[in-house]
Ligand binder design. Structure first.
Ligand code: ATP
Ligand code: MG
Length: 474
């Protein structure tokens, strides 16, 4: 019995295709991940039918649970339905031929082998029979089982054909190599290099979906190194490619910021599954090339790179078709603040600086600290320990201040309307000046974060500005 067909659902599918007298196979990701014993979060099963995938989908849905809704994509000849556990997609076996300028193929009916040929990699062509007489047998004309064992990504056809037909497959090759920790076979790899320019015909949405999967893998640097080596990075993400390289002057070299950035991404991946914090890690030094200067006295400087970097984020997100909403603002904020905890780990730091960081970072302070720790990429163990110890101290100090002053979600202890009432003034500039004075006094530790202290300061400040408190008892 084939362990990949252990589930009862395959029994049911088998009885449907047998009674309909058509050949059908489980193919692609399900088979691959089962053989790799890989836990796949989405349980999607792909079925290829020699005949009409849509017909079989409808019949199978009826058998599994009467009334299951089947979504039919007539243009693609596919249909799918979901139940509580699975998402099952059916496709009629097909033969594809492509036009050079698009990813849209001309499609005709084909044999199982035709269908396997049009798939991207040998490890994704593996099919298992669902038919009664051959139930559980592998159909593996392209050596997928062998490549799975050897951990190799290889195209079933001549790679130039596979990649030029659908250039998205180049991104998928690198994504699978990264997720599965596989090697891209040499001829396949060289072909990606040759065809990298063809990525231009793929939509940004499809590209970034693969990029996000690389970023969410456990060792994302592997993917970025492959993207760089194949020349894809330069095309899809030039700002990151631009971080490459080391310059030396007067015997002083700066670090390679590309390798540093992807190392930070690897580090942070051990501590967070938040895609956007991972993006912030990847982008934290993105403005180093733009701010790089050599100062004869002190050496290489990247002054302001955190600020300039945060300003580069919207453009990068727009081009990559990433969301331009609060996720982007979060990335900007983390990039902008990424040096602040380092400054705070220096000896003579005032509580006021700590309060200001808490105020600015708000609830993202913990994420910011995770990035700062991931940012330590020194190979010098003693240095590393020292930095980590410093950040531990910063974390403790932040905790103490937070307990005392609750600044994470700073709400002014008195609001504008109280200022207006107190002095009997109109809304306007004066109100802002007094509000800011109160906030600054709290952040600087001159007064505690409490209404009474704030009220006293308000009166004092108002008088300074020539206002008089009106008697509110009459
Ligand atoms: P995952 O679900 O982890 O992305 P998968 O292999 O299931 O992996 P899908 O995108 O769900 O990938 O596609 C299912 C199957 O369809 C693949 O295994 C592969 O056989 C085929 N396939 C998907 N996209 C392409 C493509 N662009 N070119 C050729 N074959 C593809
Ligand atoms: Mg899948």
């Amino acid at each position: 019995m084939n362990i990949c067909l252990n589930d009862k659902i395959f029994e049911t599918l088998s009885s449907v295709v047998t009674s309909e007298n058509v050949q059908a196979y489980v193919i692609g990701g399900w088979v691959r991940d089962c053989l790799l014993k890989r836990d796949h979060p989405e349980k999607d099963i792909d079925i290829v039918v020699i005949g009409s995938g849509i017909d079989i989908a409808k019949k199978a849905a009826r058998k599994i649970h009467h009334g299951t809704k089947v979504s039919v994509f007539k243009n693609f000849g596919t249909a799918m339905f979901k139940n509580r556990e699975y998402e099952i997609e059916f496709v009629g076996a097909r033969k594809e031929s492509y036009d050079r300028n698009s990813r849209k193929p001309v499609v005709e009916n084909g044999t199982l082998e035709d269908d396997q040929k049009r798939r991207d990699f040998t490890i994704n062509t593996l099919a298992i029979s669902l038919n009664r007489e051959t139930f559980g047998e592998f159909l593996d004309p392209f050596g997928g089982l062998d490549d799975l064992k050897k951990k190799i990504i290889r195209t079933p056809l001549e790679p130039d054909k596979t990649f030029s037909d659908d250039p998205l497959r180049m991104m998928r090759a690198i994504r699978f190599a990264t997720q599965l920790n596989f090697t891209i076979e040499e001829e396949t790899f060289n072909s990606i290099k040759e065809n990298a320019g063809r990525i231009m015909i793929v939509s940004a949405e499809r590209i970034v979906a693969e990029l996000n999967k690389i970023i969410m893998s456990s060792n994302p640097s592997k993917g970025f190194i492959l993207l760089e080596k194949t020349g894809l990075l330069k095309i899809i993400f030039p700002e990151l490619d631009n971080l490459k390289g080391v310059e030396t002057k007067d015997g002083r070299a700066h670090k390679d910021n590309f390798h540093h950035s992807i190392k930070v991404l690897d580090n942070i991946s051990r501590n967070t599954d938040n895609l956007w914090l991972r993006w912030a890690a990847l982008l934290h030094d993105i403005a180093k090339p733009a701010t790089k200067k050599y100062l004869p006295d002190s050496g290489w400087s990247f002054h302001g790179h955190e600020f300039v970097g945060s300003k580069m984020v919207p453009d990068i997100f727009r081009k990559l078709k990433l969301p331009l909403n609060e996720k982007m603002k979060y990335v900007q904020k983390i990039v902008d603040l990424h040096l602040r905890p380092i400054a705070l780990s220096q000896d003579l730091v005032t509580d006021s600086a700590l309060r200001r960081l808490l105020f600015e970072a708000g609830n993202d302070i913990d994420d910011l600290m995770i990035l700062c720790e991931a940012d330590i990429t020194s190979n010098n163990e003693a240095k590393k320990t020292k930095h980590l110890e410093n950040f531990r101290i910063v974390r403790n100090k932040l905790r103490e201040i937070e307990e005392k002053d609750a600044l994470r979600n700073f709400q002014p202890p008195i609001d504008g309307s109280e200022i207006i009432m107190t002095f009997g003034i109109q809304p306007g500039k004066m109100v802002g000046i007094i509000k800011n004075a109160i906030r600054d006094a709290i952040l600087d530790g001159i007064i505690p974060n409490e209404p009474n202290a704030a009220r006293n300061l308000m009166i004092e400040k108002g008088i300074e500005l020539g206002l008089t408190a009106v008697d509110q008892t009459t």
